[in-house]
Design a protein around this ligand. Structure first.
Ligand code: SF4
Length: 205
Protein backbone atom coordinates (compact mmCIF):
# COMPACT_ATOMS: atom_id res chain seq x y z
CA UNK A 1 0.00 0.00 0.00
CA UNK A 2 1.31 3.48 -0.82
CA UNK A 3 1.94 5.87 2.03
CA UNK A 4 -0.85 8.33 2.41
CA UNK A 5 0.23 11.10 4.77
CA UNK A 6 -3.00 13.03 4.14
CA UNK A 7 -5.33 10.26 5.26
CA UNK A 8 -7.43 10.92 8.34
CA UNK A 9 -6.26 8.72 11.23
CA UNK A 10 -8.62 6.02 12.39
CA UNK A 11 -11.25 7.33 14.79
CA UNK A 12 -11.59 5.82 18.26
CA UNK A 13 -14.10 7.02 20.81
CA UNK A 14 -17.78 7.50 21.48
CA UNK A 15 -19.63 9.96 19.25
CA UNK A 16 -23.08 9.27 20.68
CA UNK A 17 -24.45 7.63 23.80
CA UNK A 18 -27.89 7.00 25.24
CA UNK A 19 -29.23 8.01 28.64
CA UNK A 20 -32.55 9.21 30.08
CA UNK A 21 -34.35 8.62 26.78
CA UNK A 22 -32.02 11.06 24.99
CA UNK A 23 -29.15 10.63 22.56
CA UNK A 24 -26.07 12.61 23.61
CA UNK A 25 -23.41 13.78 21.17
CA UNK A 26 -19.73 13.98 22.06
CA UNK A 27 -18.07 15.91 19.22
CA UNK A 28 -15.04 17.48 20.87
CA UNK A 29 -12.78 17.28 23.92
CA UNK A 30 -11.81 20.96 23.60
CA UNK A 31 -13.13 23.54 26.03
CA UNK A 32 -12.79 27.27 26.65
CA UNK A 33 -12.85 26.74 30.41
CA UNK A 34 -11.18 24.55 32.99
CA UNK A 35 -13.79 24.12 35.71
CA UNK A 36 -12.64 22.82 39.07
CA UNK A 37 -15.58 20.37 39.05
CA UNK A 38 -15.13 19.14 35.46
CA UNK A 39 -15.51 15.38 35.38
CA UNK A 40 -12.94 15.20 32.56
CA UNK A 41 -10.31 15.42 35.28
CA UNK A 42 -11.84 12.57 37.26
CA UNK A 43 -12.78 9.86 34.77
CA UNK A 44 -12.77 8.84 31.11
CA UNK A 45 -16.50 9.10 30.51
CA UNK A 46 -20.02 8.64 31.81
CA UNK A 47 -22.55 5.79 31.98
CA UNK A 48 -19.85 3.33 30.94
CA UNK A 49 -18.99 5.18 27.72
CA UNK A 50 -15.41 6.26 27.05
CA UNK A 51 -15.74 9.89 25.94
CA UNK A 52 -12.08 10.56 25.24
CA UNK A 53 -11.75 11.02 21.50
CA UNK A 54 -8.67 9.88 19.56
CA UNK A 55 -9.51 12.86 17.29
CA UNK A 56 -12.60 14.90 16.60
CA UNK A 57 -15.09 13.07 14.41
CA UNK A 58 -15.76 14.64 11.04
CA UNK A 59 -19.27 15.85 10.23
CA UNK A 60 -19.63 12.84 7.93
CA UNK A 61 -18.71 10.53 10.81
CA UNK A 62 -21.18 12.26 13.14
CA UNK A 63 -23.96 11.93 10.57
CA UNK A 64 -22.97 8.32 9.91
CA UNK A 65 -23.29 7.63 13.64
CA UNK A 66 -26.65 9.41 13.82
CA UNK A 67 -27.92 7.43 10.84
CA UNK A 68 -27.19 4.21 12.73
CA UNK A 69 -29.87 5.15 15.28
CA UNK A 70 -33.64 5.33 15.04
CA UNK A 71 -33.65 8.99 16.04
CA UNK A 72 -37.40 9.16 16.54
CA UNK A 73 -36.94 6.94 19.61
CA UNK A 74 -35.32 9.73 21.59
CA UNK A 75 -36.85 12.68 23.41
CA UNK A 76 -34.07 14.85 22.05
CA UNK A 77 -30.56 14.79 20.65
CA UNK A 78 -28.21 16.75 22.89
CA UNK A 79 -24.81 18.29 22.14
CA UNK A 80 -22.84 17.73 25.32
CA UNK A 81 -20.03 15.26 26.05
CA UNK A 82 -16.48 15.67 27.23
CA UNK A 83 -15.91 19.21 26.01
CA UNK A 84 -17.63 22.38 24.89
CA UNK A 85 -19.61 21.66 21.70
CA UNK A 86 -19.39 25.24 20.44
CA UNK A 87 -15.62 24.91 20.10
CA UNK A 88 -16.86 23.38 16.82
CA UNK A 89 -19.53 25.97 16.23
CA UNK A 90 -20.05 25.40 12.49
CA UNK A 91 -20.32 21.67 13.05
CA UNK A 92 -22.96 22.27 15.73
CA UNK A 93 -24.87 24.42 13.24
CA UNK A 94 -24.63 21.88 10.40
CA UNK A 95 -25.64 18.90 12.54
CA UNK A 96 -28.44 20.86 14.22
CA UNK A 97 -29.87 21.73 10.80
CA UNK A 98 -29.53 18.13 9.63
CA UNK A 99 -31.44 16.92 12.71
CA UNK A 100 -34.01 19.73 12.60
CA UNK A 101 -34.82 18.93 8.97
CA UNK A 102 -35.67 15.41 10.13
CA UNK A 103 -38.03 16.72 12.81
CA UNK A 104 -35.72 15.83 15.71
CA UNK A 105 -35.69 18.02 18.85
CA UNK A 106 -32.16 19.36 19.41
CA UNK A 107 -30.62 20.69 22.61
CA UNK A 108 -27.24 22.29 23.21
CA UNK A 109 -25.51 22.06 26.58
CA UNK A 110 -23.01 24.91 26.62
CA UNK A 111 -20.79 27.13 28.71
CA UNK A 112 -22.12 30.09 26.70
CA UNK A 113 -18.71 31.30 25.44
CA UNK A 114 -19.51 30.82 21.73
CA UNK A 115 -19.57 34.56 20.93
CA UNK A 116 -16.04 34.93 22.29
CA UNK A 117 -14.81 32.00 20.20
CA UNK A 118 -16.58 33.36 17.10
CA UNK A 119 -16.17 37.14 17.20
CA UNK A 120 -18.39 39.14 14.89
CA UNK A 121 -21.03 36.44 14.63
CA UNK A 122 -24.51 36.47 16.12
CA UNK A 123 -24.08 32.97 17.48
CA UNK A 124 -27.47 32.55 19.14
CA UNK A 125 -29.32 33.83 16.06
CA UNK A 126 -27.36 31.34 13.95
CA UNK A 127 -28.28 28.51 16.30
CA UNK A 128 -31.93 29.55 16.18
CA UNK A 129 -31.83 29.70 12.38
CA UNK A 130 -30.32 26.20 12.28
CA UNK A 131 -33.30 24.94 14.28
CA UNK A 132 -32.03 24.64 17.84
CA UNK A 133 -34.95 23.97 20.20
CA UNK A 134 -33.46 23.96 23.71
CA UNK A 135 -30.33 25.22 25.38
CA UNK A 136 -28.86 24.49 28.79
CA UNK A 137 -26.29 27.09 29.85
CA UNK A 138 -23.83 26.64 32.70
CA UNK A 139 -24.33 29.66 34.95
CA UNK A 140 -22.19 28.13 37.67
CA UNK A 141 -21.84 31.20 39.92
CA UNK A 142 -23.58 34.32 41.17
CA UNK A 143 -20.73 36.68 40.28
CA UNK A 144 -17.97 37.07 37.74
CA UNK A 145 -15.37 36.81 40.49
CA UNK A 146 -16.69 33.48 41.74
CA UNK A 147 -17.22 32.26 38.17
CA UNK A 148 -13.59 32.96 37.28
CA UNK A 149 -12.42 31.10 40.37
CA UNK A 150 -14.54 28.06 39.60
CA UNK A 151 -14.43 27.91 35.81
CA UNK A 152 -11.06 29.44 34.92
CA UNK A 153 -12.32 30.62 31.52
CA UNK A 154 -9.84 31.18 28.70
CA UNK A 155 -11.42 34.51 27.64
CA UNK A 156 -11.79 37.72 29.61
CA UNK A 157 -15.48 38.61 29.74
CA UNK A 158 -16.73 35.02 29.73
CA UNK A 159 -19.25 35.55 32.53
CA UNK A 160 -20.87 38.48 30.71
CA UNK A 161 -20.79 36.56 27.42
CA UNK A 162 -22.53 33.61 29.08
CA UNK A 163 -25.26 35.87 30.48
CA UNK A 164 -25.67 37.56 27.07
CA UNK A 165 -25.96 34.13 25.45
CA UNK A 166 -28.80 33.29 27.81
CA UNK A 167 -30.58 36.61 27.26
CA UNK A 168 -30.40 36.24 23.47
CA UNK A 169 -31.60 32.69 23.69
CA UNK A 170 -34.67 33.68 25.71
CA UNK A 171 -35.34 36.63 23.40
CA UNK A 172 -35.22 34.43 20.30
CA UNK A 173 -37.60 31.87 21.77
CA UNK A 174 -35.16 29.03 22.39
CA UNK A 175 -36.24 27.10 25.49
CA UNK A 176 -33.53 28.17 27.92
CA UNK A 177 -32.29 26.60 31.15
CA UNK A 178 -29.44 27.79 33.32
CA UNK A 179 -27.67 25.40 35.67
CA UNK A 180 -25.25 25.36 38.56
CA UNK A 181 -23.28 22.56 40.12
CA UNK A 182 -24.23 22.22 43.79
CA UNK A 183 -21.60 21.83 46.56
CA UNK A 184 -19.39 24.56 45.14
CA UNK A 185 -19.87 27.16 47.86
CA UNK A 186 -21.98 29.35 45.61
CA UNK A 187 -25.07 31.40 46.41
CA UNK A 188 -27.68 29.14 44.83
CA UNK A 189 -30.58 31.47 45.62
CA UNK A 190 -28.83 34.34 43.89
CA UNK A 191 -28.04 32.11 40.91
CA UNK A 192 -31.69 31.14 40.66
CA UNK A 193 -32.70 34.76 40.78
CA UNK A 194 -30.24 35.59 37.95
CA UNK A 195 -31.61 32.77 35.80
CA UNK A 196 -35.26 33.53 36.37
CA UNK A 197 -34.61 37.27 35.98
CA UNK A 198 -33.31 36.51 32.49
CA UNK A 199 -36.39 34.40 31.79
CA UNK A 200 -34.66 31.02 31.91
CA UNK A 201 -35.56 28.04 34.03
CA UNK A 202 -33.06 26.97 36.68
CA UNK A 203 -31.59 23.65 37.74
CA UNK A 204 -29.02 22.56 40.30
CA UNK A 205 -26.98 19.67 38.86
S1 SF4 B 1 -17.30 24.08 30.66
FE1 SF4 B 1 -17.92 21.91 30.90
S2 SF4 B 1 -16.42 20.73 29.67
FE2 SF4 B 1 -15.57 22.80 29.97
S3 SF4 B 1 -14.23 22.60 31.76
FE3 SF4 B 1 -16.25 23.30 32.48
S4 SF4 B 1 -17.39 21.44 33.03
FE4 SF4 B 1 -15.63 20.81 31.76
Amino acid sequence: MPDNDNSIPMFKGTISYEAFGNLYLNITNQCSANCVFCIRDLCDGVYGYDLRLSREPTEEEIIGDLESHDLKRYNEVVFTGFGEPTCRFDTVLHITKWLHDKGIIVRLDTNGHAALMNPGRDVVAELKAAGLDDVSISLNAESEERYNELCKPAFIGSYAAMLDFAKSSVRLGIKTRMTVVGDNDIDIEKCESIATGIGASFRVR
